[in-house]
Write a protein that binds this ligand. Structure first.
Ligand code: BGC
Length: 354
């Protein structure tokens, strides 16, 4: 499949909420290309070379802004916030105040609410054809969260075939924050069947078990002897159908792993023997959430092929789900005067078979 191209910029040029939207493309010196849109500060395309010297698009998405707006929301490539992942019953208490959020997922709050950061038109600035900074000011009380949140998400494409995503935020009131990128990867090329044959490696000894509503139970459990042990590379699909309560609760993998690695060492990787492409993930975040695309709708992606269940997987670097209600988890509290800072690196390598 050497036919992968970036979507047409004109398909992303429109006006939403009185703001212009765009497709922004970056290219590095080795030929890797990425496309981003200010609609949800999303990563739209990632073209990297495979073992046949062809550029293939390894990120799922749509070829027009209408695709993103009209498809059932899967948070494709999106910046997810203010609070990615789940908050139990959409409720939490902070500095003596009770807060209530929309229950948009099985009685819980998911991914920042109904009109979360993934649906906002971000302001943008492009620097030297290698970095795009997106800005969004979320008003005090938006989607029920306290404090005006001034947020920047920067995407940098390096000549080392890395996408570095940097998040920064400041608040006017004590608040909670958890930001991630929700790209779905398929290293055989988007729209190219399921991703169950990818070899996944997660350098984590512990994961967070969930209850039947997909909220962490609070326990931090060893992966040893469980289907969550990815410390030596294992096919994503190997155990996914196991009769294991944790997988049944989530219809597959949808779990957070503890990250004790420094940012200089990859916490996770995925590899496709078919394309020879390896993805490594580096992050400053204390958790990495593996989501195996369990709830993908049958919608058509960029290449015109349908995205089936498990058609892509996400490595969402983030703080732990439901942290506002679980004080023993790493803190997600941001105070006025502090700056929230976090980083995710997606690095693409071409591996030659021995
Ligand atoms: C969540 C899944 C959810 C998906 C939506 C993931 O981050 O963990 O449970 O269905 O996002 O796209």
């Amino acid at each position: 499949m050497s036919t992968y191209k970036l979507p047409l910029a004109t398909n992303f040029t429109t006006k939403i909420d009185n703001k212009n939207t765009h497709l922004i493309t970056l290219k590095n010196r080795t030929g890797m290309q990425i496309a981003l849109t200010d609609y949800g500060a999303r990563l739209v395309s990632v073209l990297v070379p495979n073992n046949r010297g062809e550029l293939i698009d390894v990120v799922l998405g749509y070829d027009s802004i209408n695709g993103y707006i009209e498809a059932q929301e899967q948070y494709q490539g999106a910046t997810v916030g203010r609070f990615c992942n789940r908050i139990a019953a959409g409720k939490f208490t902070l500095a003596g105040e009770n807060y209530e959020l929309a229950q948009n997922n099985n009685g819980n709050s998911l991914h920042g609410g109904i009109e979360g950061f993934h649906r906002k038109i971000w302001d943008r600035q492009v620097s030297f054809n290698k970095q795009v900074d997106f800005y969004y000011v979320s008003p005090d009380g938006e989607e029920g969260f306290p404090g005006e949140l001034n947020t920047t998400v920067s995407y940098e494409l390096t000549n080392n075939n890395e996408i570095i995503i940097r998040f920064r935020a400041r608040t006017t009131k004590t608040t909670v924050i958890n930001l991630t990128n929700h790209a779905y990867f398929n290293l055989e090329g988007e729209g190219h069947g399921d991703s169950l044959g990818h070899e996944i490696c997660i350098h984590s000894d512990e994961y967070l078990p969930i209850n039947e509503k997909q909220i962490p139970t609070g326990e931090i459990a060893p992966v040893a002897g469980t289907v969550f042990d990815f410390r030596t590379p294992k096919m994503l699909g190997l155990d996914i159908g196991a009769a294991e309560e944790q997988l049944i609760f989530a219809s597959g993998y949808d779990h957070t792993f503890v990250n004790n690695q420094p940012i200089s060492q990859a916490i996770a990787s995925a590899y496709s023997k078919t394309s020879g492409i390896e993805l490594e993930v580096y992050t400053s975040e204390p958790g990495i959430h593996l989501y195996s695309g369990n709830f993908m709708a049958d919608d058509k992606g960029k290449s015109g092929n349908k995205y089936l269940r498990y058609g892509g997987f996400c490595f969402e670097a983030q703080h732990y789900p439901d942290s506002p209600n679980q004080p023993h988890f790493p803190s997600v509290i941001l105070q006025p005067g502090e700056e929230f800072n976090s980083e995710i690196r997606f690095k693409f390598n071409l591996k030659k078979e021995a």
